[in-house]
Design a protein around this ligand. Structure first.
Ligand SMILES: Cc1cc2nc3c(=O)[nH]c(=O)nc-3n(C[C@H](O)[C@H](O)[C@H](O)COP(=O)(O)OP(=O)(O)OC[C@H]3O[C@@H](n4cnc5c(N)ncnc54)[C@H](O)[C@@H]3O)c2cc1C
Length: 399
């Protein structure tokens, strides 16, 4: 879409300048000029008293035959021969989509010596696996994996592709979508089927998390999206379930990969691996000052868990953004979630409400967090957490 000024008709009233929310219109020689800052929102069109501004809708250049695209694919993310949890979660959800669409569920497994992982992938529900192996896939590379995924899509034409919204998935997804000429809904928090169209309905927070947008991809194929880890539960695995393996030869040449992995630096230790953690201890503004976060770390340590935080604690600079749980942070689903000095704002709950057990510690008995907590302790975190640490230490020593 584009916005244009018909210069001959412009009377130089500058009404459009004030109406533009992006400051994208300037006046030159008494004529309105649209600058590069224009987002084509069209706010200027209606305010022009002489109809000198037009919003042009570009002709769609779509020519894909959608009937040629069939099946739901899940990209299997593996690191050093270990499949990430999110890939299993997506196989579970992909199974539901595939069944609802009456199509098959396939997985894409790329790596070096990863054939042994196929059993695990079938057990989570895949009917078919596209397996691409080679030494060039020892480590994830944007170039190598993009070429391979693009080639697979162009050859086998899936209708839907699900990827984890992880560092690798967020890198690979958009690049592949661009190569195959389709759109991608990033960072989804829910999936479904749009009843009216039968298309995949991709839901994600929009406008800074203030609304949830549901996005369809009506004109292009495949329909692609990245989905946050822990949004869906990992399916029960059935190791008697098996399927077809399609081995595909790699088309990646050494010179295609323009980057070289020199060293892996572990920036995130177990304590901040929130997506995979079974126990999370999170602290909020109620921890009162940054030094008190050592209590959160100590409790997490004793329990072998990870450290989380509310946005208030992150914004205060008490803990890195990497640890933030919530709508604009990480979505987590541990077995046990401790919310310490966290009020329970809706944006925080959005990231942790699928936890199995929530234990809240708050000095305000009316704090909203208690409405959804399984166990609540009304008290000062500075007294309750040290007591918990001491008790858990005793229990551990006794066993
Ligand atoms: C678009 C948008 C996105 C957002 N995204 C996120 C997000 O991803 N994650 C997130 O967490 N928030 C997010 N927020 C912010 C959210 O609305 C809340 O402001 C935030 O979660 C509050 O953090 P808190 O509970 O730590 O602080 P507060 O709401 O200030 O609560 C502090 C709590 O600590 C208790 N307390 C105080 N002292 C003690 C003590 N000594 N002992 C025990 N309890 C004590 C108080 O009673 C209170 O309940 C977002 C907001 C917006 C608008």
């Amino acid at each position: 879409m584009a916005v244009k000024v018909i210069s001959d008709q412009c009377i130089g009233c500058s009404a459009c300048v004030g109406a533009c929310p992006f400051g994208a219109i300037i006046m030159e020689n008494d004529k309105a000029i649209i600058t590069e800052a224009c987002t084509a929102c069209g706010a200027c069109v209606d305010v022009c008293p002489v109809g000198a501004i037009l919003r042009e809708v570009e002709e769609k250049t779509v020519a894909v035959d959608k009937n040629l695209y069939k099946g739901v694919w899940v990209y299997i993310e593996q690191v050093n021969g270990h499949i990430r949890n999110v890939s299993h979660e997506l196989l579970g959800e992909g199974r539901k989509l595939a069944d609802a669409m009456g199509q098959e569920l396939a997985a894409v497994l790329i790596g070096q010596d990863v054939a042994s992982l196929t059993k695990d992938v079938f057990a989570s529900g895949a009917d078919k696996i596209y397996l691409v192996e080679g030494t060039e896939f020892k480590h994830y590379s944007t170039d190598g994996y993009t070429i391979t995924m693009t080639d697979l899509i162009n050859t086998y034409r899936p209708s839907v592709i699900l990827m984890g919204a992880t560092n690798d998935g967020r890198d690979l997804g958009p690049r592949v979508a661009c190569r195959v000429g389709t759109g991608l809904t990033a960072d989804c928090t829910n999936l479904g089927i749009d009843e009216a169209t039968g298309l995949v309905a991709w839901t994600r927070p929009a406008f800074g998390g203030n609304i949830m947008a549901t996005i369809l991809c009506p004109d292009h194929r495949p329909q692609m999206g990245t989905i946050r880890p822990k949004v869906f539960k990992r399916p029960e695995q059935d190791f008697s379930h098996t399927g077809e393996i399609i081995k595909v030869a790699s088309k990646v040449k050494p010179e295609d990969i323009r980057t070289e992995l020199i060293e892996v630096i572990q920036a995130c230790t177990a304590s901040c691996n929130l997506e995979e953690a079974e126990i999370i201890v999170s602290g909020g503004r109620g921890m009162c000052k940054p030094e008190n976060f050592t209590l959160i770390e100590e409790l997490a340590n004793v329990l072998g868990g990870a450290v989380g935080a509310s946005r208030a604690a992150v914004d205060a600079g008490w803990i890195p953004a990497l640890n933030q749980v919530g709508q604009t942070g990480k979505t987590v689903g541990p077995k046990v979630y401790f919310a310490c000095g966290i009020s329970g704002a809706i944006q925080h709950l959005a990231g942790m409400s699928s936890s199995d057990i929530v234990i809240a510690i708050n000095k305000d008995a009316d704090a909203p967090i208690f409405k959804m907590a399984d166990y609540g302790i009304v008290g000062d975190v500075l007294e309750v957490i040290p007591a918990l640490i001491a008790e858990f230490k005793k229990l551990k020593a006794a066993n």
